[in-house]
Design a protein around this ligand. Structure first.
Ligand SMILES: *Cc1c(COP(=O)(O)O)cnc(C)c1O
Length: 372
């Protein structure tokens, strides 16, 4: 059986066509069952006893994040999502607060940077918004920020940024690289062992909502100063334990851990290859649709296709009508997703590995109908 068939059969039957994995993928029955079983176990033995019993499964989830990021399971903490992870990290940042990042940086990340008192400066990019690695190396050497933040795959566009090359630049300059892998994990190779990396469960790994992770390399972890408990208070907790401290939905962490295990079992390289293929299939199918322009080059190795209206269609209305009239789920992305780069809202189409030619053909027909 192909990867696509196995992925689809592991899930509840889809109602309509799901082209919204960049927002939230469809969970597998095994991930759903893990969360359900844990909730039941909490009801039987008490939640804190159940949490102790779940510890090995959660460690396996941390180890899987480690394997996918080039770090160790012991470097990983669970969070409630990607934004929460970045906020935890920046709140604990020691010393100077300056960041270099792409001009197309994710809007909510920019808000978290500003909210933590960080001054942001842009990295150089080409006309398409792709990082100019040599230019970045020069500007970072000339004017060193406290950290470099890279979102290798964005929310508003499916361009793959050169993560490996940027990792080398940062290593050469001895600058900490922080990676937003919310779209990148399970989608492109993230095993570059950056100073810190964070992401979400629900996107390409297809775990439940409300959970994510932050992984911090030990050399950075030992410098961090978590805000709570206050650094001058005596505490036996490690830096990572302090970052993870607090109330948590253990059932969701278990569902995420199972989804990570399924991703590793499916073969991350095969998944990446198939996601690139469905991206190409989607862009080819929509290329000649009147009233829309495709943002990414057809062969861009990602499953994210972004459509800009050229004939006056409103992506927000189009998304609603695709759901209501055709049972097709896509994403509306407003300019707040990348406030320094986007000039108009877009429609984002994000199939997972199971997308078929028929799914894409149904989408193309429906899009033509609702934007006529
Ligand atoms: C979705 C997303 C986030 C935010 O993730 P949450 O889990 O909702 O906090 C951050 N960065 C990128 C690139 C995203 O796509």
């Amino acid at each position: 059986m192909s990867l696509a068939q196995r992925w689809r059969e592991a899930r509840p039957p889809v109602a309509g066509v799901h082209l919204d994995s960049g927002a939230c993928s469809r969970q597998s029955l095994a991930a759903i069952d893990a969360a359900v079983q844990h909730a039941r176990h909490e009801g039987e033995v008490g939640a804190y006893v159940a949490a102790e019993a779940a510890a090995p499964a959660l460690d396996a989830g941390r180890a899987a994040v480690g394997a996918l990021t080039g770090l160790a399971g012991s470097d990983v903490v669970f969070t409630t999502g990607a934004n929460h992870a970045l906020d935890l990290l920046l709140t604990a940042w020691p010393g100077e607060r300056t960041i270099a990042c792409l001009p197309g940086e994710f809007g909510p990340n920019l808000a978290i940077m500003a909210g933590n008192g960080f001054a942001v400066r842009p990295l150089p990019v080409d006309d398409a918004g792709r990082l100019d690695v040599e230019g970045a190396a020069r500007s970072l050497a000339a004017d060193r920020p406290a950290l470099v933040h890279l979102t290798p795959l964005a929310s508003h566009r499916g361009l793959v940024q050169p993560l490996a090359a940027m990792s080398e630049v940062c290593a050469d300059l001895d600058l900490p690289l922080v990676v937003d892998a919310a779209q990148a994990l399970g989608h492109m190779d993230c095993a570059t062992a950056p100073a810190a990396i964070f992401g979400a469960s629900r996107k390409w790994i297809a775990g439940p909502r409300g959970v994510g992770f932050l992984a911090v390399r030990p050399d950075l972890a030992q410098r961090l100063q978590p805000r709570l408990p206050p650094p001058q208070w005596p505490t036996a907790l490690s830096v990572l334990q302090r970052l993870e401290h607090g109330e948590a939905n253990i059932a969701a962490r278990l569902g995420f851990s199972v989804a990570l295990g399924e991703h590793l079992a499916a073969g991350p390289a095969l998944v990446r290859e198939r996601l690139a293929e469905v991206g190409r299939m989607t862009r080819t199918a929509v290329a000649d649709l009147p009233g829309w322009r495709v943002v990414e080059p057809v062969d861009e190795p990602s499953a994210i296709t972004t459509l800009v209206p050229t004939g006056g269609a409103d992506p927000e209305t189009v998304r609603k009508r695709l759901i209501a009239d055709h049972g097709i789920v896509t994403t509306y992305a407003g300019v707040e997703r990348a406030p320094f780069e986007m000039t108009s809202p877009v429609l984002r189409v994000t199939p997972h590995v199971d997308a078929t030619d028929e799914d894409v053909a149904r989408f193309v027909d429906a899009l033509a109908a609702v934007s006529a």
